[in-house]
Write a protein that binds this ligand. Structure first.
Ligand code: NAP
Ligand code: G4F
Length: 322
C-alpha cells in the first residue's frame, strides 16, 4: 500500500488532498501542530481513516521523528503561515515556517530516506508579485511583494537546490489562488461569500473591503490538489504552474457573490483602507499549458461556478444553524 505524509493536513488543501489520496488507496498520515483547543473541523469527517502526528515545521527533531515513524513514499509540504497580510505583522514567524520550515522538511527527508521519498513543495503565484510578464509561466522571473512571497521564493529554490544537490525527487507546484467552501474566512473569496450570505440573512450590515481592482487567477482547491498528486507520479521531478488561465477583479468577485443572493453589491460594500496592503500584487494570470501538456491536468470548475458553490455552502451552513 502506498503511504503519504501531508503537512498542513488541517488546512484547506490538506483536507482535499487527504480525501483524494484515500480514494486512491493510500495510507494517509498528517502532521498537526499542538493547540490548546483541537479544531480539526476540515478533517473531522475523515475520522480514523487518517493518522495524525504531532509535529511543527519549526522543530526539526519532531519532523525527523514523524519521518522515522511513518516512512512515507510521498511527502506533501502544505504547512505554512499562508495569509499574506499576517506576513507583514509577523515577518520572522512567516520566515521560520514558510521559508526555513521547508529546509527542515527537506533535511528530515535527507536524513531518513533521501532516495525513497518523493517531495512536493507548495509554492505560490505570490512569488511573481510585481509581475515581470503576463501570463506567468514556469520561466517568469520572481519579484515578491510581501514577506510571505519572499519566504515562498526561498522555499521554492531550496526545493530546487535539494533536487540538484542530492538528486532527491523534489518538485515545486507554483499554484495560483484556489478556493473552496473550506477556505479560511480571512481570504477575500470566503470573506465575500460569507458576507453576502450574512447580509442576505440580516446578520451583517455591510462588507468592508480593500482593493477592488486587484486581479487574481482563481480556481477550485479540489481541482488543484489533483495536480499536486500528478506531479509526484512523473518519471522525473519538475516544477509546474497550476492556474485556470483566466483572471478576474475583486470587484467581479463581489458582484458575482451578491448577484447570487439577489443583492446589489454597491449598496452594501464599503472600501476600507484598513484592508489595503503596504505593497499590492495587482495582477496574477497563470499559463497552465505545461501542466496540461505533461500532466494532462485541466481545471473542471470555472470562476462563476466556484463563487456560486461557495455562496451556496455558506447559505447551507447558516440555515443549518437556525
Ligand atoms: P491553510 O488553509 O492556511 O493551511 C495551512 C496549514 O499549515 C494549516 O493546517 C496550519 O495548521 C499549518 N501550519 C501552519 N504553521 C505550521 C507549523 N508551524 N507547523 C505545522 N503546521 C503548520 O493554507 P492552504 O490554502 O491549504 O494552502 C496550503 C499551502 O499552499 C500553503 O503552503 C500555502 O501557502 C500554499 N498555497 C496556497 C494557495 C491557495 O490559494 N490556497 C496558493 C498557492 C500556494 P493549523 O490548521 O493548525 O492552523
Ligand atoms: O484572498 P487574498 O487574501 O489572497 P492572496 O493575498 O492572493 O494570497 C492567497 O493566494 C496566494 C496565491 O497567489 C497564496 F499563496 C496565499 O497563501 C493565499 O492563499 O487576497 C486576494 C486579493 C489581494 O489583492 C487583496 O489585496 O484580494 C484583495 N483584497 C481586497 N480586499 C482583500 C480584501 N483580501 C483580503 N484578504 N481581505 C480583504 O478585505
Amino acid at each position: 500500500m502506498k503511504s503519504a505524509l501531508i503537512t498542513g493536513i488541517n488546512g484547506q488543501d490538506g483536507s482535499y488532498l487527504a480525501e483524494l489520496l484515500l480514494d486512491k488507496g493510500y495510507a494517509v498520515h498528517g502532521v498537526v501542530r499542538r493547540s490548546s483547543t483541537e479544531t480539526f473541523e476540515r478533517i473531522a469527517h475523515l475520522g480514523d481513516r487518517i493518522t495524525l502526528h504531532q509535529a511543527d515545521l519549526n522543530d526539526l527533531a519532531s519532523l525527523v521523528e514523524v519521518m522515522q515513524t511513518v516512512k512515507p513514499m510521498e511527502v506533501y509540504n502544505l504547512a505554512a503561515q499562508s495569509f499574506v497580510p499576517t506576513s507583514w505583522k509577523q515577518p520572522l514567524l512567516t520566515t521560520d515556517v514558510t521559508a526555513t520550515g521547508v529546509t527542515r522538511m527537506l533535511e528530515a527527508i535527507r536524513l531518513i530516506d533521501p532516495k525513497g521519498v518523493r517531495f512536493y513543495q507548495a509554492s505560490s503565484s505570490e512569488m511573481f508579485g510585481k509581475v515581470q510578464e503576463t501570463p506567468q509561466t514556469e520561466t517568469t522571473a520572481f519579484y515578491p511583494r510581501s514577506p510571505y512571497g519572499v519566504a515562498k521564493v526561498y522555499g521554492h529554490f531550496i526545493t530546487v537546490n535539494y533536487r540538484e544537490s542530492y538528486s532527491m525527487y523534489c518538485v515545486s507546484g507554483i499554484l495560483f489562488n484556489h478556493e473552496s467552501p473550506r477556505r479560511g474566512k480571512e481570504f477575500v473569496t470566503r470573506k465575500v461569500t460569507d458576507a453576502a450570505v450574512r447580509i442576505k440573512l440580516g446578520l451583517q450590515k455591510e462588507l468592508r473591503i480593500g482593493n477592488l481592482e486587484a486581479r487574481r487567477d482563481w480556481g477550485f482547491a479540489a481541482d488543484y490538489v489533483r495536480a499536486m498528486w500528478l506531479m509526484l507520479q512523473q518519471p522525473t521531478p519538475d516544477d509546474f504552474v497550476i492556474a485556470s488561465g483566466k483572471t478576474h477583479t475583486v470587484r467581479e468577485l463581489v458582484q458575482t457573490a451578491f448577484e447570487h443572493v439577489g443583492l446589489d453589491w454597491q449598496k452594501y460594500t464599503v472600501q476600507d483602507p484598513a484592508f489595503v496592503r503596504p505593497a499590492e500584487v495587482d495582477l496574477l494570470l497563470g499559463d497552465p499549458a505545461k501542466a496540461e501538456r505533461v500532466l494532462g491536468w485541466k481545471p473542471e470548475v470555472s470562476f462563476g461556478q466556484l463563487i456560486r458553490m461557495m455562496v451556496d455552502a455558506d447559505l447551507k451552513r447558516y440555515e443549518a444553524r437556525s
